[in-house]
Write a new protein. Sequence first.
Length: 484
Amino acid sequence: MFYISYIASELRRRKGRTLLTALGLAVGVGLVVAVSALSAGLDDAQDEVLEPLTGVGTDISVTRPIDAKGGFESLSKRERRQLQDENGDARIGLTNQGDPGDKFTTTSFLATTQLSFPASEVDEVASLDGVKSVAAGLTLNATTVSGTVPEDGGQDQPGVPSGGGGPPDNIDFKSTSVSGVDQAQKSLGAISAAQVSKGNWFSQGDSREAIVNTSYANRQGIEVGDTVMVKGKRLKVVGLATSPLGGQASDIYMKLDQLQQLADRKDRVNTLYVRADSADAVGAVSREIEQTFASSEVTDAQDLADRVGGSLQDAKDLAGKLGTALTIVALLAAFLIASLLTLSSVTKRTRELGTLKAIGWPQRKVVRQVTGEALAQGALGGVLGAAIGVGAAALITAVGPELKATVAEATQASGPGGGPPPGGGFGQGAVQAGSELIKLTAPVDAPLLLLAIGLALLGGLVAGSVGGLRAARLRPADALRHID
């Protein structure tokens, strides 16, 4: 008890030096809290951008694309055959639509460069270690061609208009991206229930329902309760869904089994959405999927993070490099200042400490006294530093500076006939280019505050050790040289 009261007495007697040492540690610790909170806020902001890139709750996406960056003509015979099997011959024979002058409307579904695979692979992926859940999806372009059969019977027209001379004036093309969704998976897939901004999620029955992207709905004047046509089938619009920056770009979402039936792709899917057991398992799961399923393309959040740029990414890079260096320098400076002040204090207390040795205090008690005072100053500095850091973080959150997040568009390959790939397919090709302003926050949690106080105590311990070594070398005779 005497030990604690003596420490408290010495700290009160030397208030100025105690406060100066504590403030030195507080500045360094406060900077750690502020920079760490800022870094956490930048991570949260990036996660806000990345979340719609993968779908809510999705950690990994699996597709089987054919690389056709050079266009359809650059593909090998085997790849062309694969795409033709996937898309049909991607051409519409006008001679099969009736006699010249007849009105016609026909719809074909194209997957372009996304190859489909059996839906049974969902169970195979779900059986892998580290996989929590899997959802299947099918995204296609529904291309509707309507008009009048030309007098000459016309030539076969590509399912997706080419960039050449184009179709005849009396023939119209309308392309709509459609995604099939497993309605039982409300939080995993091309769209989630959380993205429905108006209306409701799909029912579990067999009723024909659709959720429409708000951008597409605004262009077409579609509201909840209206109907949309997909290959001659009427679907009731039960909800409107928003697509945040980087989100899925499909115009219409419908039940997976109904799209498979309409598109004549029974038990076929072209995207798997995978949720891992934990964030730490994502890398291992991605590698296992790549090894298990040949020619698959596995995309995780890190791949998508490479697509995010703008001032948000610049600030994150700056906080990661300069912020870390600044924190280390500030901590080292704080520890050095605390050590120098403790050494100075020991030097000025030569008479006092020497007298304590002269009256019988062992060396360890003198060292313990000096170290205890330094630790108490460290604790005070930790509390002050935590308060400074929390104040700085609160100021950042209150000001709420806005940073611009930009998502780059992936290079998309053209499909048979020169058309574009479907806009809603998952994977990096599905990400919409664009930018968004993200409001920055600086969250502070209990572990961060405990870390701050721990660093301050460490600084006090370092300073106490330095001062204790100096005090240990004092001799009782030194006290006589400092008698006033």
